[in-house]
Ligand binder design. Structure first.
Ligand SMILES: [Zn+2]
Ligand SMILES: [Zn+2]
Length: 348
């Protein structure tokens, strides 16, 4: 039995726009449907900003954000089975729990739960030493996978989001697939796309990330102004996953699709603008535009198993950070500086 302290260190947001303050908080006891997790790594996602800066999605303060979390279960509630026993290496992603009773849950579409919770928004987040989580949000992770907790954490939101986006296109091995944007999502998207056997074409605003894209596994690279060159070489893409933080950039992908091409939109650009397409582009080529929200704990288990399979593991590029510097690290992330994920790391 691990020694569980009465208090632990946490990065706390006291109100919208107030940033993060590091302080000691009481360590909670898990309720009957919860486990207590000792955090090993918690990465910062751009979406933390929705809570910390804007107080969006009905969050209540004080709040500790963080929804890409890896840790170990140290205690479980009375209603939790040995499926989630003490000592297990586990993670938490965007989905912080679902009701199991609404229409979406009864269909097994837990991501669409009417009463769904988001980790670090409606439940405790991972930017702290300990947190409680509902059992159905817990992702069981493989031991000795070759990935560190810090490398694994970003897979649980950024990784699953972009990989679900790739899967939803229905692309087959050998198909030309565009991964647009080379940030937190895109740098994982290139690796997942390569691993899935696609002909991977990376696209980014300028040429500065070309070498990195090829190193991560892209077969080819085009900058945002080279759409015509791309079409001349390939005719069109069977699929495209848009991760660029700009509505105009995402809109510019549609004309690059081949006949029956599918494009998935996996993020919400911070510019708040609508996507714009000429209807002719959809009609004449019978193209599809889809939106994707990331899956839940069981989907994340499959995702991580795929990521760590074999020699060509999908791993996030990370910058290791200390929780004591939480506010500065948060601001660095919000400004889009890190290549590609800042991660708070804690001792085991
Ligand atoms: Zn996220
Ligand atoms: Zn539900």
């Amino acid at each position: 039995m691990v020694n569980i302290p009465k208090e632990h260190k946490a990065a706390v947001c006291e109100g919208a726009g107030k940033g993060l303050v590091v302080k000691m908080v009481p360590t909670p006891k898990p309720e009957s449907n919860q486990v207590l997790i000792k955090v090993l790594a918690s990465s910062l996602c751009f979406s933390d900003e929705f809570a910390v800066d804007h107080g969006a999605m009905g969050v209540k303060f004080p709040l500790t954000p963080g929804h890409e979390v890896v840790g170990r279960i140290v205690q479980k509630g009375s209603g939790v089975s040995d499926e989630f026993k003490e000592g297990l290496l586990v993670g938490l992603g965007w989905n912080g729990g679902y009701c199991q009773q609404c229409e979406a849950c009864r269909k097994g579409e837990f991501y669409g739960c009417n009463n769904g919770l988001v980790t670090g928004f409606h439940t405790e987040g991972g930017h702290q030493e300990y947190l409680t989580a509902r059992w159905e949000a817990v992702v069981k992770l493989p031991e000795n996978s070759g990935l560190s907790p810090a490398e694994m954490a970003p897979l649980l939101c950024a990784g699953i989001t972009v990989n679900d986006g790739l899967n939803a296109t229905g692309a087959k091995p050998g198909d030309v697939v565009i991964v647009q944007g080379l940030g937190g999502l895109g740098h994982l998207g290139i690796q997942f796309a390569r691993k899935a056997g696609y002909h991977v074409v990376a696209m980014s605003g300028g040429d500065s990330k070309k070498d990195l894209a090829l190193k991560l596994g892209a077969h080819d690279f085009f900058n945002a102004k080279q759409g015509e060159e791309f079409k001349k070489k390939y005719g069109g893409a069977k699929a495209a996953v848009a991760t660029a933080p700009s509505s105009a950039a995402i809109s510019s992908l549609l004309p690059l699709l081949a006949r029956n091409g599918v494009m998935t939109v996996v993020g919400i650009p911070p510019d708040g603008k609508n996507l714009e397409f000429a209807p002719m582009q959809l009609v004449s080529n019978r193209c599809t535009v889809k939106g994707i929200t990331c899956g839940c704990s069981i989907n994340n288990e499959e995702l991580v198993d795929f990521a760590v399979l074999g020699d060509n593991k999908v791993r996030s590029m990370v910058n290791i950070k200390k929780l004591d510097d939480a506010d500065a690290v948060y601001k660095d992330t919000a400004q889009g500086n890190p290549r590609f994920r800042n991660v708070f790391v804690f001792d085991e």
